[in-house]
Design a protein around this ligand. Structure first.
Ligand code: URA
Length: 211
């Protein structure tokens, strides 16, 4: 069975995404919006985190109060470089999360993902992983990132992006049917350069002003 694709349609996310898509949005504003959306997406993606109950004391009384059950903090793995923009927002909401990085670049001709960096916590086998990259376009980077993560055997893997193309979702699900995808929108298609249409352009360039 193929894991779900969840489109997070919260009005605040949709409004901010529209601002990000617009050509006239500045680098600083784009970065700020991606961070804010990162926070909002993290809220939705972590909805199913299990809780445990612990006896605590408030100034008034004792109570059995809910706390996150996982003994090991989750790991957010950013696909560099655009993943950093989403990561920053997620860490605002989950400051104790651990962080991993995968450096992948896209070969301009073949669009294949080439790895140049990989660093994750040593005890990743005991942790849940959320991989983040704003754009799920061809799906090559996302597939390569999950391939690599599966080699180190984390407890679970989810994939979070801002925008997805139908082609990328299909490719990802063929390779990793067990990994759920979370996205703020599914756009129409890819163009012949592998860009999402209508999309928002090159997320890394817009995030760092390297256009
Ligand atoms: N990567 C981007 O940054 N933008 C796209 O449209 C596709 C891949």
């Amino acid at each position: 069975m193929t894991a779900k694709v969840t489109v997070i349609e919260h009005p605040l996310i949709q409004h901010k995404l529209t601002l990000m898509r617009q050509t006239q949005t500045s680098t600083g504003k784009f970065r700020q919006l991606l961070k804010e959306i990162g926070m909002l997406l993290a809220y939705e993606v972590t909805r199913d985190l299990p809780l445990k109950y612990e006896l605590i004391e408030t100034p008034i009384a004792q109570m059995n109060a809910p706390m996150l059950a996982a003994s090991k903090k989750m790991v957010i793995v950013s696909i560099m470089r655009a993943g950093q923009g989403l990561l920053d927002g997620i860490l605002e909401l989950i400051p104790s999360a651990r962080v991993g990085h995968i450096g992948l670049y896209r070969d301009p001709t073949t669009h294949m993902a080439i790895e140049y960096y990989f660093k994750v916590p040593l005890d990743i086998e005991q942790r849940d992983v959320l991989i983040v990259d704003p754009m799920l376009a061809t799906g090559n980077s996302a597939v390569a990132a999950v391939d690599r993560l599966k080699e180190v055997n984390p407890k679970s893997i989810k994939f979070l992006c801002l925008l997805a193309a139908p082609e990328g979702i299909e490719h990802f699900q063929q390779q990793h049917p067990d990994v759920p995808i979370y996205t703020a929108a599914i756009d129409e298609r890819l163009d012949d350069r592998g860009y999402i249409v209508p999309g928002l352009g090159d997320a890394g360039d817009r995030l760092y002003g390297t256009m």
